[in-house]
Ligand binder design. Structure first.
Ligand code: MLC
Ligand code: AMP
Length: 504
């Protein structure tokens, strides 16, 4: 029986002695051995009661076993729901409540906090640690090394990835087998990945970039990956000589450029550097070329759409642009209010349609309807234009969103939490330029009458309530928020006032 994603990406490598994952200590896991491990995990999740269409929520460290669990989920016909390891239990509680997973897998250190949540939701809780130990791996041990792949068609769901919303509530983007497969095959082709490639993989695997763009594309080509637990400068630099390619968020590249060991000689053999998830400053693009002789290939995507555009492999990689629509992706620029298509060169909202675009938000039909046009185009919320040579430029966002080090933060979620704190009347959360993260979260807070507030106390009060990366890097106590005549907070004025806070 056929399973769209497993059959195309993984099954061709069964029994293969080709390297798949190279561990930080140099140990190599072949495709054949990796897929046996994935099969054992598929037995383990099936034994936990997971059947076709059930969700598996995971909040675990990046490891070969963690990746095997993704493949096991695909093979078992389940829906994989990876969660940022920085999320606090209260955030996980929402995802578990919303997605109703059959199985939740967390780090052993998180078990105590998550046990009441999963019990409440009627989910099985298992653990998997960074070193591959845990109750789930114990279940997987001794299981058969082959698993009868569960049948799944192109339109069946393979993953839910939660993306925050402007209302402060996260939405589960439903991605099908075909969404993922079509994008992986396109990227393999346009970025020329082959079995000779070895990707330096330092991204997290709970997001589209690290999991689908990187893993699925390399696997589609039969290449291998240097599987680092995260982005640590020393490790990345020391493994660079063994890689052919790297995918990163802009912070990876600015950090590399800040290090004198990152030289032209170190990367002379490299074939490709790609960047995405956040804007790559034109000056970083230029500095990178000056230092290394390589032009970073910038592309543009979203959780909901996978990758939409890419600068060309051959031809000019134009700094400050995200290149051309990928084959099979239609892209247009529209008036955000009327939806009318605009002329070349005009700025409007970017809309996309294609096999890459998700099926909608889990149990949020209204939200889904709002974000699609009647003709099937998805409204990205990014503002852009197309230049005279056809390159797409992203010039801003119609959505109130901050992207910090490649992670998305919706100000509303942080504002709602700050508003709940004692003595707080109202708040506004903004993103301002930051030399390392691109943008940093900062907050302006108005105290209630006759209350005196201080930055440290408020930050301390929210410390365990939301993921650290969403928390303001600075918090300013102000007398009032600037408002326009309609009463709407003028965040641009706050950005003008506090925008220089992290200036170099
Ligand atoms: C970590 N911290 C951050 C942060 N990452 N703060 C703001 N923004 C971030 N992105 C904070 C931590 O909370 C901690 O704070 C301190 O920084 C050090 O934490 P760390 O874990 O040691 O940080 P580090 O390892 O240096 O992580 C930085 C990073 C990481 C850039 C390597 O954030 C990262 O891997 N980002 C990639 C994100 C990504 O893959 N995005 C893809 C989305 S998919 P404190 O105060 O506790 O010390 C997508 C679609 C598409 O967007 O197009 O690709
Ligand atoms: P996410 O919801 O995490 O998938 O983030 C998607 C958002 O990241 C997009 O809507 C864009 O705003 C932004 N993004 C992704 N790639 C780029 C890029 N190359 N340049 C600018 N913004 C980008």
């Amino acid at each position: 029986m056929s399973n769209t994603l497993y059959d195309a990406l993984f099954a061709p490598h069964l029994g293969s002695a080709q390297p798949y994952l190279v561990k930080p200590d140099g140990g190599v896991l072949t495709y054949g051995d990796f897929l046996k491990m994935a099969a054992r995990y598929a037995h383990a999740v099936a034994a936990a009661g997971v059947g076709p269409g059930d969700r598996i929520a995971v909040q675990i460290a990046k490891s070969p076993e963690a990746l095997a669990l993704y493949v096991a989920s695909v093979q078992a016909g389940a829906i994989f729901l990876p969660l940022n390891t920085a999320y606090m239990p209260a955030e996980v509680e929402y995802f578990v409540g919303n997605a109703e997973p059959k199985l939740v897998v967390c780090d052993p250190s998180g078990r105590e906090a998550l046990a009441p949540i999963t019990e409440n939701a009627g989910a099985v809780l298992e653990t998997l640690a960074a070193d591959g130990s845990g109750t789930l791996s114990a279940r997987a041990e001794g299981q058969p090394e082959a698993f009868d792949t569960v049948a799944r068609g192109p339109d069946d769901l393979a993953a839910f990835l939660y993306t925050s919303g402007t209302t402060g509530r996260s939405k589960g983007a439903m991605l099908t087998h075909d969404n993922l497969l079509s994008n992986a095959e396109t990227l393999r082709e346009v970025w020329r990945f082959t079995a000779d490639d070895r990707l330096l993989h330092a991204l997290p695997i709970f997001h589209t970039h690290g999991l689908f763009v990187a893993v699925n594309t390399v696997t589609a080509a039969g290449g291998s990956m240097i599987w680092l637990p995260g982005f640590k400068l020393d490790e990345v630099i020391s493994h660079m000589p063994d890689a052919t390619s790297m995918m990163g968020v802009p912070t990876f590249y600015t950090r590399l450029l800040d290090d004198a060991r990152f030289t032209r000689e170190l990367v002379a053999h490299m074939r490709l550097f790609t960047s995405g998830s956040a804007p790559l400053l034109a000056e970083t693009h230029v500095a990178f070329e000056e230092r290394t002789g390589h032009r970073i290939l910038e592309r543009y995507g979203m959780t909901e759409t996978n990758m939409n555009t890419s600068n060309p492999y051959d031809g000019e990689r134009r700094a400050g642009t995200v290149g051309f629509p990928l084959p099979g992706v239609e892209l247009r620029i529209c008036n955000p209010e009327t939806g009318e298509e605009l002329s070349q060169g005009d700025i409007g909202v970017i809309e996309v349609r294609g096999a890459n675009v998700f099926k909608g938000y889990w149990r949020m039909p209204e939200k889904t309807r709002e974000e699609f046009r009647d003709d099937g185009f998805f409204i990205t919320g990014d503002l852009g234009k197309i230049d005279e040579d056809g390159y797409v430029h992203i010039v801003g966002r119609a959505k109130d969103l901050i992207i910090s080090g490649g992670y998305n933060i919706y100000p509303k979620e942080v504002e709602l939490l700050l508003d709940e704190q004692e003595g707080v009347l109202e708040t506004a959360v903004i993103g301002i330029p930051h030399p390392d993260f691109g943008e940093a979260v900062v907050a302006a807070v108005v105290p209630q009458k006759d209350v005196s507030l201080c930055e440290e106390d408020i930050l301390e009060a929210i410390r365990d309530k939301i993921a650290r990366f969403k928390q303001p890097k600075r918090l300013f106590v102000v007398d009032e928020l600037p408002r326009n005549t309609m009463g709407k907070v003028q965040k641009n004025l706050l950005r003008d006032r506090f925008g220089g806070e992290f200036a170099a």
